[in-house]
Design a protein around this ligand. Structure first.
Ligand code: PAF
Length: 283
């Protein structure tokens, strides 16, 4: 695995790979890798000729009260894991490489960026889109892999790719969960044992949503009510939002039809966790 820290060098290496007719797969990450990331890496290794993984804890997607410095990091361990997965390139830029002192350019996906997580994290998706576009420009991948866990991020990035005529295909892979249902996230390491137990309320409430729909309920308010009730019964949990929205425009739906996204964000202690599921109705 070749480790590259400079954008220019990565660009050059990718040009060379492409000139040999190789298809490039890209997995952008913020490191502290878990099985969720590895499912993306493995898919890229399977589907493409060259896999590039980036690790960059992107400062522009953290709000002023979100602790960028406390985001978990372990680049040594991540590097070993990626080598074992037979990743071809690891891009490890530092902050100055990605954002010069007089950096001024940002990408915004209007309306989608303000919904769901965007309400409590106003500049988050602007930071995500900006860094992902910069990374796409450096790698110019054929396919980029993202997780369904960050459903809003995936929907916004797909929109960005379409709106800006980028040539990359975005592939979204299913959420990877612990055996008891907790969705994998680097943030889970910040949970103490009691909070870890309480965090199960996210996946349990999504199960409850699926159960209610299976029983024939089509009114989103009823389903959201059931989910909120369940979460409220967990003393360590505090709801940020619970919503059932259209899969493309993220607007709350009035009726459950075809496929809709049930998404939630819940504080467990001080840790903000997200999870989601697609509710499907066969007509
Ligand atoms: O999903 C993430 O880890 C980040 O938001 C991403 C896509 C790597 C951009 O920093």
């Amino acid at each position: 695995m070749r480790i590259i820290t400079k954008t220019g060098e990565l660009h050059e290496a990718m040009r060379e790979e492409r000139s040999r007719g190789r298809r490039i797969g890209f997995v952008p990450t913020m490191g502290f890798l878990h099985e969720g990331h590895l499912s993306l890496v493995r898919e890229s290794v399977q589907q493409t000729d060259v896999t590039v993984v980036s690790i960059f804890v992107n400062p522009t997607q953290f709000g002023p009260r979100e602790n960028f410095n406390e985001y978990p990091r372990d680049t040594g361990r991540d590097t070993e894991i990626l080598k074992a997965e037979e990743v071809d390139y690891l891009f490890l830029p530092d902050r100055e490489e990605m954002y010069s002192k007089d950096y001024k350019t940002y990408v915004e996906v209007h309306s989608l960026q303000d919904k769901l997580c965007g309400r409590s994290r106003p500049d988050h998706f602007r930071g995500v889109c900006t860094v992902v576009l910069k990374l796409f420009n450096a790698v110019d991948p054929d396919i980029a892999f993202f997780g369904q866990k960050d459903a809003q991020q995936a929907i916004i990035l797909k929109r960005m790719v379409q709106d800006l005529n980028l040539g990359v295909k975005i592939e979204i892979l299913p959420i990877v969960r612990e055996e008891d249902g907790l969705a994998l996230s680097s943030r889970n390491t910040n949970l103490n044992p009691e909070e870890r137990r309480a965090a199960l309320v996210l996946s349990k409430s999504l199960e409850e949503a699926r159960r209610i729909v299976m029983n024939g309920e089509r009114d989103p308010e009823q389903i959201i009510g059931g989910m909120k009730e369940m979460i409220a019964a967990e003393p360590l949990a505090k709801i940020d939002y619970v919503e059932i929205v259209d899969m493309e425009n993220l607007v709350p739906v009035r009726k459950i039809e075809k496929e809709v996204l049930a998404a939630l964000a819940v504080f467990v202690g001080k840790v903000r966790l997200i999870d989601n599921t697609i509710l499907q109705v066969k007509e």
